[in-house]
Design a protein around this ligand. Structure first.
Ligand code: UD2
Ligand code: MN
Length: 579
């Protein structure tokens, strides 16, 4: 058709790849590999809709995959092949101010072609997968708020260039109430070159990324919605492997592997070496990635096949559009940023869907230097992210696991999270499985890294009884210098500690140790939830049981372990809860 032709012409990389017309003649659903076929049947037991689709794909070494780009260009120029670009002395001031404004060095980004080449970071095997020809179409949704120009537009170009035109229904850009001039009329003008394939919608008010994604999904018309952050670069043949999984089973959320792009020099680099990783979490719900357990890896025939994951980072994933809404989309009570990845993940797993990471689909994401935008005016007295986590926790966790969250984040316990009727009804109506089931069957490695937390004995600021100073991390990280004491500020943060009944002293996701027997340092928490700290609530003495010494407030900002002396007032502390 005319539309296809236009799209194809504007797509340099796919123009000589197998055309959609040729695809029509290809045999559909031919099962010529008995091993694959058995595997598919096994999975059919779990997923009713799967049987009609047969094996999702097959590997034919020596024969380039049917969607594999045939003429990926090789070029020289700034940033080509994902190389770093550098800032000159004259550019320094502008570069720094753009970094403050966008979290990215836009001066460097502006030097790089919109369609720059990037290195192929996939496993070699990925080139030889044959995917079904009749894949569902995709709407790629880019939500954005005050993004820099060239990083945003490079994302659009990259989606267009790296996707087979007949599978890319549209790119849906949704502006979340940006205020920057460069995102006004210029954007409408610029996207005209894409002949209608790129659509632009604008929010009449700030919805936050979560609400904006749901709006983007509502505005989309493709079979599948693919969300990407507005600063991404798609790698070779990124789209078909995602679509193939959803074609095979519409209840799968398919997640590309997210490579890194440097916020300063824009170097594109693979996220991991050979070992596959997947998304998990600790009990404060900081997102973590961890090597995929053998048990999961061994379910597959080939190392380049998709594997199941408990959760994902949030930004980049594909889902059947209708299924996304059947699952209630995102909880409307989640505000602006954070926690939505867990909400959708827990909901999917517990209510009949699943999440797979797809090694043959790779997309680069520019990790910011810092978050450059605020969250707008919201009537919330705890961090918005904590409120989002609480909504997720209250709906999807059971009592045992909820308690781990509130042990890790004690100051938010009891804060009103708003109406959860809709979420709880969904869970009941869909007969969703328990969080315990999820932990045992899906996220089984989490306990190995983040064991069940014993209750807190005390938490809050640790204040000297003989003065006005509080224990303070002084911003130190693991491997860094000594912690100290400084004027109590009652805001928690670096002065918020937890001492649990097993002797562990925690701050945020970290634990405290005194490796030299004198000064206190940040540590990774041991995989056993135990520690050396004994707090005597009556005397206020904090004793390190291995060094047999007590915590003593020194002069200036100093705090050290010293021989215990019950008459020394400098060794007496009081732990005050702060909210
Ligand atoms: C990560 C995710 C991000 C999201 C977030 C938690 C990746 C690579 N990124 O943070 O997608 O899941 O965790 O919620 O997994 N935006 C808006 N409105 C806003 C704020 C942001 O539209 O009010 C846009 C923003 O322009 C960007 C996207 O939302 O395109 C994600 O925001 P981010 O890049 O600041 O988040 P990130 O990568 O730190
Ligand atoms: Mn991002």
């Amino acid at each position: 058709s005319k539309k296809d032709k236009l799209a194809k012409d504007s797509n340099p990389i796919h123009k000589v790849a197998k055309s959609p017309d040729a695809a029509e003649e290809a045999p559909k659903n031919v099962v010529d590999n008995p091993v694959e076929s058995n595997k598919a049947q096994e999975e059919v037991v779990q997923v009713e809709v799967a049987h009609q689709f047969g094996p999702p794909q097959r590997l034919t070494p020596g024969q380039l995959g049917n969607f594999e780009p045939r003429d990926y260009p090789s070029r020289n120029g700034p940033g080509e092949n994902g190389q770093a670009v550098y800032t000159t002395m004259e550019e320094r001031t502008r570069a720094d101010s753009s970094t403050r404004e966008f979290g990215f060095n836009m001066v460097n980004s502006d030097k790089i072609a919109m369609d720059r080449t990037i290195p192929d970071t996939r496993l070699d095997e990925c080139k030889y997968w044959q995917y079904p020809e009749d894949l569902p179409t995709a709407s790629v949704i880019l939500v954005f708020h005050n993004e820099g120009w060239s990083t945003l537009m490079r994302t659009v170009h990259s989606v267009i260039n790296m996707s087979p035109p007949h599978l890319l229904k549209e790119v849906v850009m949704v502006d979340d109430y940006s205020s920057k001039d460069h995102l006004k009329g210029r954007l409408e003008e610029y996207i005209k070159q894409f002949n209608g394939k790129v659509k632009l919608y604008r929010n009449p008010e700030r919805l936050g990324l979560i609400g904006t994604r749901t709006r983007g999904a509502e505005l989309s018309t493709g079979d599948v919605i693919v969300f990407l952050d507005a600063h991404c670069e798609c790698n070779r043949n990124w789209l078909p492997p995602l679509l193939a999984r959803i074609r095979y089973d519409r209840t799968i959320m398919a997640v590309p592997i997210v490579d890194g792009v440097d916020w300063d020099n824009f170097r594109y680099h693979p996220v991991y070496g050979e070992a596959h990783h997947r998304g998990i979490f600790e009990w404060g719900f900081l997102y973590k990635e961890s090597a995929v357990p053998k048990k999961e890896l061994s379910r597959r025939q080939h190392n380049s096949e998709p594997y199941r994951s408990p959760t994902h980072a949030g930004g980049l994933f594909a889902m059947d559009r209708k299924y996304f809404f059947e699952m209630g989309a995102y909880d409307e009570g989640l505000k602006i940023w954070g926690g939505e990845n867990f909400e959708l993940s827990f909901k999917l797993w517990q209510c009949g869907g699943s999440i797979e990471w797809v090694p043959c689909s790779r997309v680069g994401h520019v990790y910011r230097n810092h978050m450059p935008y605020g969250f707008g005016k919201l009537d919330v007295k705890i961090p918005v992210i904590s409120l989002n986590y609480m909504r997720v926790v209250e709906v999807w966790l059971d009592d045992e696991h909820k308690e781990f969250f509130y042990t890790r984040e004690p100051s938010v316990r009891g804060y009103p999270v708003g109406d959860l009727t809709k979420q709880l009804k969904f869970k009941k109506d869909h007969n969703c499985k328990s969080f315990k089931w999820f932990m045992e069957e899906v996220a089984f490695e989490v306990y190995d890294r983040f064991p069940k937390l014993p209750p807190n004995k005390a938490w809050g600021e640790v204040k000297e009884k003989s003065g006005m100073r509080c224990l303070d991390t002084m911003g130190q990280q693991v491997g860094g210098g000594a912690m100290g004491i400084s004027g109590c500020h009652h805001f928690g943060g670096n002065q918020m500690f937890r001492i649990n009944t097993k002797g562990q002293m925690g701050v945020g996701e970290r634990c405290i140790e005194a490796p030299n027997g004198s000064t206190l340092h940040m540590h990774f928490c041991e995989t056993q939830p135990t520690g050396p700290w004994q707090l005597d609530l009556t005397t206020g003495v904090i004793r390190h049981e291995h060094h047999e010494k007590c915590l003593e407030a020194g002069s200036g900002n100093k705090v050290t372990l010293e021989p215990c002396d019950p008459s020394n007032e400098k060794q007496k502390w009081v732990v005050n809860e702060v909210r």
